[in-house]
Design a protein around this ligand. Structure first.
Ligand SMILES: [Zn+2]
Length: 408
């Protein structure tokens, strides 16, 4: 029988304080508490305070092991929550607790715009997703699950800056699981994320030769002019190569003394690819574009950088998991949803690269991420938690055959 989403009997699970009821206002208020706590990726004290909040909330569940995990190259820690690590089937739930809003960003507090709409820093990306994970785990534990399914939740502090510290933890966790669930936001129409572009950051440096601007003829070589020529050509790459995105994000060079021919200029590029196979083609094209400039006497363009997240491509395991997920949505009477290709990367890319099939975009519904207009759809907190819990139950029942993990 299908129940309207808010008509189900209050679900309770026991915690150390008393009984927690999964109702929309409880989840909403938890989200407000978590989003009001600043945890910008570079704000160590905020990240530590957020970690405390998460640890306290997850500690309320019996039967789970909680551990803080160091992340290489940073003082921030990840939180790992495990349930039945010995079970035959293992699913990894992945989330991040950092946001793009630093301690000095003007956007610091939640505002309930109306009953259904909560605006606030990170409410969708992805503290809403963390609330969904927390509630889904609580529901799953309460439902007295079979012993066939173990879960691990990995909450990391640096996704928004490329997961450089937590990448090794994510890759290592991927090897111990058969399916990953990533709680990045769902799209405003409820769609999940089927695939994601791979992302790379590149630095293009142009060396010229300094000289007086008034000297003619001159042997000076203007690095800014040469770099500009390169960037105009590079900016055409997306038109030339389908599935590629390239953004010139920053340029620097020259000085206030405009009578000096500048010998240095530099640009930072954000490059995105759709297929892993695009990687080499893009790199060689970026180098080719520098060749005509490098052939000129006195000028040299150097390109450094790399792709930090390979593309998340969609395979048969994802197709099968998504079909079951959709079926769970229908069982719950949720509005139909699909899945789409996204330009932005997530830790789902890293899980894919480590060989773990994963479903992404299982978090809350919302929009305008990374801006002071970020909002989430409040009822989607409960809906997505129930959906996740039902999906986990279906896995435990064997309704979805999980692929073999590469290492147990
Ligand atoms: Zn995110």
């Amino acid at each position: 029988m299908l129940l309207p989403i808010f008509a189900f009997a209050p679900l309770r699970f026991h915690d150390s304080i008393g009984f927690v009821i999964l109702d929309p206002s409880v989840l909403r208020d938890r989200l407000i508490r978590w989003a009001d706590q600043n945890s910008g990726s570079g704000h160590l004290a905020g990240l530590a305070a957020m970690l405390d909040l998460l640890e306290a909330s997850f500690s309320a569940f019996p039967e789970v092991d909680i551990e803080r995990m160091p992340c290489a190259g940073t003082q921030a820690e990840a939180l790992r929550i495990r349930f039945r690590p010995e079970a035959a089937r293992q699913v990894l739930l992945s989330g991040h607790y950092d946001t793009v809003y630093g301690a000095d960003h003007p956007f610091q507090r939640c505002e309930l715009v109306d009953e259904r709409t909560l605006r606030g820093p990170g409410v969708t990306d992805m503290k809403g997703g963390l609330v969904v994970m927390h509630a889904a785990l609580g529901l799953y534990l309460q439902s007295n699950p079979r012993h066939t399914l173990g879960l691990e939740l990995l909450l990391t502090p640096d996704e928004e800056t490329g997961s450089f510290g937590s990448g090794a933890l994510i890759a290592e966790a991927a090897k111990r699981h058969q399916l990953g669930l990533v709680f990045e936001p769902a799209r405003p129409n409820g769609s999940l994320v089927q695939s994601r572009k791979g992302t790379g950051n590149f630095v293009v440096t142009c060396h010229g030769r300094a000289g007086h601007a008034a000297k003619a003829p001159s042997d000076a070589r203007n690095a800014i002019a040469a770099l500009a020529e390169y960037l105009v050509a590079a900016h055409r790459l997306p038109a030339e190569m389908p599935g590629i995105l390239l953004n010139v994000g920053l340029i620097r060079g020259g000085s206030e003394a405009t009578n000096v021919v500048p010998d240095f200029a530099q640009a930072l590029l954000d490059v995105r690819i759709t297929r892993a196979a695009d990687r080499e083609a893009v790199l060689s094209r970026l180098n080719e574009l520098a060749a005509p400039i490098n052939a000129r006497e006195g000028l040299r363009i150097e390109i450094s950088g790399s792709f930090n997240r390979p593309p998340k491509e969609c395979g048969p395991a994802e197709e099968a998991a998504f079909a079951v997920y959709q079926e769970c949505g229908r069982e719950l009477g949720l509005a139909p949803f699909s899945w789409i290709h996204a330009g932005g990367g997530s830790d789902g890319n890293l899980l894919s690269a480590a060989g773990l099939p994963n479903l992404d975009g299982l978090g809350v519904i919302g929009d305008h991420l990374h801006s002071d207009r970020e909002y989430c759809v409040v009822p989607s907190l409960v809906e997505r938690a129930q959906l996740c819990e039902l999906f986990l139950k279906r896995i435990a029942e064997g309704k979805l055959i999980l692929p073999q993990s590469s290492k147990r």
